[in-house]
Design a protein around this ligand. Structure first.
Ligand SMILES: Cc1ncc(COP(=O)(O)O)c(C=O)c1O
Length: 435
C-alpha cells in the first residue's frame, strides 16, 4: 500500500496529538514502516533523518538491537505485574542504578508511565509533604516560558499560551518568575533579583518551584546559565520551598552531562525523568526524591499520610528492561565523551546560520542546538515551511514556531550532522530570499 492509502485509512479514524487535523487536507501525513539508527523509512521507501529524536525520546537510534533484545527477553519472562504489594527485578535494579547516577540525596524512586504523570506526581508529593507536616501550601512557582506537559497540573505550571490558555479555568494555582532572558550574567542577575523578591513575599504559600534545568524545550529551546540554577537552589532551600528539576527532556546526556543539574552542582528535592529513560522505546517515568520527603509519608496506616497515587502500568517491566539496557549502553560505550565531539561539530555548523539575515540568534547546550529566526508573525507559519522543505530533502525538522532546532539521536554520524544542518540552513535561507 502507498503512503496515500495509509493516510486515507488513518484519517478515517485517528485524531493526532498536537495537531489541527484540518492541516492534513493539504499537509501529507507520513506513514512510517520501519526505522533504523537516525533514519525513518516510509511506506514507499523514502527516508527521513530524525533530527528531533521523535519528540526527544530516542537516544541510541531507532530499533536499537541491544534495547530491542532486552525488551524481547523480558517479554518472555514477565511482561507486567502491578507494583503495589509486588515488585520485580527490572524495577529494583533500575532504581538502584538511578539513585547511584543522579545527584546526591535523591534516594527514593517513584514510578509512573509518562512525563506529564511524573510532573503530577512531583507536584502532588510536594504539596502532600507540606500538608503531612501541618502546612497548607497550595501554590506552585515556575519559570516564564516553561513547559512541563499537558495534563492539568503540568499545564498549570507551564507557560506556553498556545497549550494553556484555553484550559485556564481548570488549572491549579501557579505563579511565574521570569526565566533569564539569555545566558549572560546580567540576565541571570536580573532574573535572580525577581526570584528573591518573590520568595521573600510569598514563601509561606509556595510548595515548590519547578524548572526545566538549563534548557526550556517546548518554549523554543530557550537556554540559561547554570548560575541561575545554583542560586535558585540556594534561595528555595533558604525559604523552605522544594525545588523540582524537570529533567524529562534534559536528562540522559542531552545537555552534555548526564543530568543538567550536574552543571550547576545542585541536588533538587525532586527530579522527574522520562523520554530518554528507555532509549525512546517505551513510555516510563520516575520521580526521584529524598529520604526526607519519603519520611514525611512513612507512618502507621491509620495516620492517613501515605501517597496513594498510582497508574496501572507503573514501573512496567518491559520499560524497565529497556531503561536498564539504555543505561548499560551509557556505561559501556563512553557516550558522553563521544557526544562532545559531535557537539563540537554541531557548534561549528551552527556558526554559519548567524550570517543569514532572517536569523536572530543561535544557541547550543551540549547535544541541543537551536536557530531562532526573526519574529515572523505566527500566522505566516514560517517554521512549517522549513519543515516541508526538510521533508522534501530527507530531514525531519519539527520547528517550534520560528525556532528550528536539532536534537538528534546520539548515533548520528559526521555526514549525517552535515546533512541535517545543511538542509536546515538551505530551508531557512530560502525564506530569506523570499522576503
Ligand atoms: C520538560 C518536559 N516536561 C514534561 C514533558 C511531558 O512529557 P510527556 O509528553 O511524556 O507527557 C515534556 C514533553 O515534551 C517536557 O519536554
Amino acid at each position: 500500500m502507498t503512503n496515500a492509502q495509509w493516510m486515507e485509512r488513518d484519517l478515517a479514524y485517528l485524531w493526532h496529538p498536537c495537531t489541527q487535523m484540518k492541516d492534513h487536507e493539504r499537509l501529507p501525513l507520513i506513514p512510517i514502516r520501519r526505522a533504523e539508527g537516525v533514519w525513518l523509512y516510509d511506506m514507499e521507501g523514502r527516508r527521513y533523518l530524525d533530527a528531533i529524536s521523535s519528540w526527544w525520546v530516542n537516544l541510541f537510534g531507532h530499533a536499537n538491537p541491544r534495547i530491542a533484545r532486552a525488551i524481547s527477553r523480558q517479554a518472555r519472562e514477565l511482561e507486567h505485574v502491578l507494583l503495589a504489594g509486588f515488585t520485580h527485578a527490572p524495577a529494583v535494579e533500575l532504581s538502584e542504578k538511578l539513585t547511584a547516577l543522579t545527584p546526591e540525596g535523591l534516594e527514593k524512586v517513584f514510578f509512573a508511565d509518562n512525563g506529564s504523570s511524573a510532573i503530577e506526581v512531583a507536584l502532588k508529593m510536594s504539596y502532600h509533604y507540606h500538608r503531612n507536616r501541618g502546612e497548607e501550601r497550595s501554590l506552585f512557582l515556575s519559570l516564564s516560558n516553561s513547559y512541563h506537559g499537558e495534563t492539568l497540573g503540568a499545564l498549570s505550571v507551564g507557560d506556553v499560551a498556545l497549550y494553556k490558555e484555553t484550559y485556564e479555568p481548570l488549572l491549579i494555582r501557579n505563579i511565574q518568575t521570569p526565566v533569564p532572558a539569555d545566558g549572560s550574567p546580567e540576565a541571570t542577575a536580573s532574573a535572580l533579583e525577581a526570584l528573591e523578591k518573590l520568595l521573600e513575599e510569598r514563601e509561606n504559600e509556595i510548595a515548590a518551584m519547578i524548572v526545566e534545568p538549563l534548557v526550556q524545550g517546548a518554549g523554543g529551546m530557550h537556554m540559561y546559565a547554570p548560575d541561575y540554577l545554583r542560586e535558585a537552589r540556594r534561595l528555595t532551600r533558604l525559604h523552605g520551598i522544594h525545588l523540582i528539576a524537570d529533567e524529562i527532556m534534559t536528562g540522559f546526556g542531552r545537555t552534555g552531562t548526564m543530568f543538567a543539574c550536574e552543571q550547576a552542582g545542585i541536588s533538587p528535592d525532586f527530579m522527574a525523568l522520562s523520554k530518554g529513560l528507555t532509549g525512546g522505546f517505551l513510555p516510563l517515568s520516575v520521580v526521584m526524591t529524598t529520604d526526607e520527603v519519603y519520611s514525611a509519608f512513612y507512618c502507621d496506616y491509620s495516620e492517613y499520610k501515605a501517597f496513594l497515587h498510582s497508574h496501572s502500568y507503573t514501573g512496567n517491566p518491559l520499560a524497565c528492561a529497556a531503561a536498564l539496557a539504555t543505561l548499560e549502553i551509557f556505561e559501556s560505550e563512553n557516550i558522553l565523551e563521544r557526544n562532545r565531539k559531535k557537539s563540537a561539530q554541531i557548534a561549528k555548523n551552527l556558526e554559519s546560520f548567524r550570517q543569514l539575515n532572517n536569523v536572530k540568534t543561535v544557541r547550543q547546550t551540549g547535544m541541543i542546538a537551536a536557530v531562532e529566526m526573526i519574529d515572523y508573525p505566527a500566522e505566516e507559519r514560517r517554521g512549517l515551511q522549513v519543515y516541508r522543505y526538510g521533508l522534501e530533502r530527507e530531514v525531519l525538522l519539527r520547528p517550534l514556531g520560528n525556532v528550528i532546532y536539532f536534537m538528534p539521536p546520539y548515533v548520528i554520524n559526521e555526514n549525517e550532522i552535515e546533512m541535517m544542518m545543511g538542509v536546515a540552513y538551505e530551508g531557512i535561507k530560502k525564506l530569506e530570499t523570499r522576503d
